[in-house]
Design a protein around this ligand. Structure first.
Ligand SMILES: Cc1cc2nc3c(=O)[nH]c(=O)nc-3n(C[C@H](O)[C@H](O)[C@H](O)COP(=O)(O)OP(=O)(O)OC[C@H]3O[C@@H](n4cnc5c(N)ncnc54)[C@H](O)[C@@H]3O)c2cc1C
Length: 495
């Protein structure tokens, strides 16, 4: 018996891991599990870049090379909400304080001309957020966070935009008029899942979903961490464990899957490498754990129309991520530089896209707690997504082979269409022995959500094999209730 998982990002790895664990728990023999990944590295949007920053004193009278790293894509997580990921980390011996550590959780909001510039932390150097605005942000996070998680209200908010929510509650809650334009909307714009409609039109539930899991809104206070040495170390550790302890899983890199249905029962799928450099795989079932549009392209035959329809509703955002030393993209007041630096666009700006966010890597990696880095006088370097103006070639960092730190990373939108599609994809899991996982299938697609989806899909496959009958498709539910239920589950510490 054979299962093929298309896509070797966290979505595909989560399905493979959970299939092994759950099959063992139920005493089910699943046979081989093949994870096929189109690129030469696993991890998808996880992309760590390593480079040297010249040499300097080693603190012991000698000279040493300063090696550093930056994450072009996935870069942090909240241990309080990422309960499933933390449990896996504990299993594989990936430890807090060694492999992942607290980052400096600070944010600056600024206009390009510097006329507005404040931080949410401090106070330092008089850059802190005005008091009434800070109080409004805190009240918004508590109130909106709890509203979004209230099971009795999720249907009611199913089609509410974030702009409607803020406008409708502004006067009753006494919120500062700058709350939306100078904090919430710019921050949402810096989330990677905003569609071309811009931040104001994003679903209230989608935004709060992200805020709750990543930043603790309406949920227990977040404990945000970075991965020491970069997020790729987490994927490497996870895969090393799987390769050592889960021999049922076979990993295939450089394998862009093309799938055809070649029979109606048994090994009914033929999965082929588009480049035809690796042998085809016959399989009983296929899990689509790549992006929805890539999944649509991968199938020649066999994909049920009821799945293709919601998959076609998922839109994607292309982001260019760059690691550099160009301070022109940063807040003009250097005293305000924070881990996260969010550009406020002028209200008259024709477009809020593409989004831009700039990280000060030295703060993200909390250099102040690292004596080695302090020896070098803290050279500042930044990760920017969609930097404006574009970063000139000479200010982009290069690795030891002269390769520049630039990546193109895609993520699905989390708009009303995606919310609807997610609630429908749940009803077609297992139809024609095809299953769906990865970021686009679950909430805002954070690692924790990809893991939760991997568990759901593995449960369904194992139950199917154990009983020799497919799981009854879930009944369609209201999208607000569907998304809200997942939000509540993911942001509760007692789940
Ligand atoms: C800039 C950015 C920053 C982010 N930061 C964070 C963060 O800090 N924390 C967090 O939790 N989440 C973050 N995310 C969200 C992140 O994308 C998800 O957490 C997660 O990586 C999504 O995993 P995935 O497996 O669904 O997709 P991906 O990671 O995109 O992986 C999909 C894989 O499928 C492969 N593939 C495609 N087609 C085929 C085919 N035909 N055959 C075989 N393989 C195929 C691709 O090559 C790719 O490797 C960030 C996203 C972006 C864009």
């Amino acid at each position: 018996m054979t299962t093929v998982i298309i896509g070797g990002g966290i979505g595909g790895l989560a399905v493979a891991w959970n299939l092994v664990i759950k099959a063992k728990a139920k005493g089910v023999d699943l046979g081989a599990i093949h994870v096929v990944e189109a690129s030469d590295r696993f991890g998808g949007n996880v992309d760590t870049f390593e480079f040297d920053f010249g040499s300097g004193p080693d603190g012991k009278g000698g000279i040493t090379t300063l090696s550093r790293w930056g994450d072009l894509g996935v870069n942090d997580f909240n241990t309080v909400a990422y309960t499933k990921i933390v449990s896996v980390m504990n299993t594989i011996g990936f430890k807090e304080g060694i492999d992942y550590k607290n980052l400096e959780d600070s944010t600056c909001y600024y206009t390009a001309d510097g006329s507005t510039c404040f931080t949410d932390s401090g106070p330092w150097w008089n850059t802190q957020m005005p008091k009434s605005l800070a109080a409004s942000v805190k009240d918004f996070m508590d109130y909106a966070g709890k509203e979004a998680r209230d099971p009795s209200k999720q249907g009611q908010y199913a089609s509410t935009t974030i702009e409607e929510f803020i406008t409708n509650n502004q006067s009753a809650r006494g919120w500062d008029p700058d709350l939306g334009p100078k904090v919430i909307y710019p921050r949402i714009n810096g989330m990677y899942f905003v569609s071309e409609l811009g931040p104001l039109q994003m679903p209230f539930l989608a935004v709060m979903h992200y805020y709750a899991i990543q930043e603790g809104a309406g949920a227990p206070t977040a404990n945000r961490c970075y991965f020491v040495g970069g997020t790729s170390n987490w994927i490497k550790a996870l895969m090393a464990y799987m390769q050592a302890k889960m021999p049922q899983i076979v990993f295939h890199g450089n394998y862009q899957a093309v799938v055809g249905q070649v029979a109606t029962a048994g090994q009914k799928f033929l999965v082929q490498d588009a480049a035809q450099k690796q042998p085809p795989i016959r399989a009983e079932r296929v899990v689509v754990a790549c992006h929805a549009d890539a999944g649509l392209k991968a199938f020649i035959t066999g994909l049920p129309i009821v799945a293709a329809q919601p998959m076609a509703m998922i839109g994607y955002n292309n982001g260019i991520s760059v690691i550099h030393t160009d301070s022109r993209v940063m807040p003009p007041n250097q005293n305000a530089w924070s881990t996260y630096n969010i550009l406020i666009r002028p209200p008259e700006a024709a477009s809020l896209k593409p989004y831009m966010i700039n990280y000060v890597s030295n703060r993200h990696q909390k250099d102040e707690a690292n004596p080695t880095y302090n020896q070098f006088g803290l050279p500042q370097f930044f990760v920017s997504i969609n930097p404006q103006p574009a970063i000139p070639e000479n200010l982009i960092l290069k690795d030891r082979n002269g390769i520049p730190a630039v990546a193109n990373l895609r993520h699905n939108n989390f708009d009303f269409d995606t919310m609807y599609a997610q609630s429908r994809i749940d009803t077609v899991q297992g139809v024609n022995d095809i299953y769906y996982a990865g970021g686009w299938t679950h909430g805002s697609g954070l690692h924790e959500e990809c893991w939760a989806q991997g568990e759901d899909v593995a449960d369904k496959i194992v139950a199917h094999v154990a009983t020799a009958s497919p799981t009854a498709p879930a009944s369609p539910v209201d999208t607000g209730t569907f998304i809200g239920r997942r939000l509540t589950a993911r942001s509760s510490p007692h789940e």
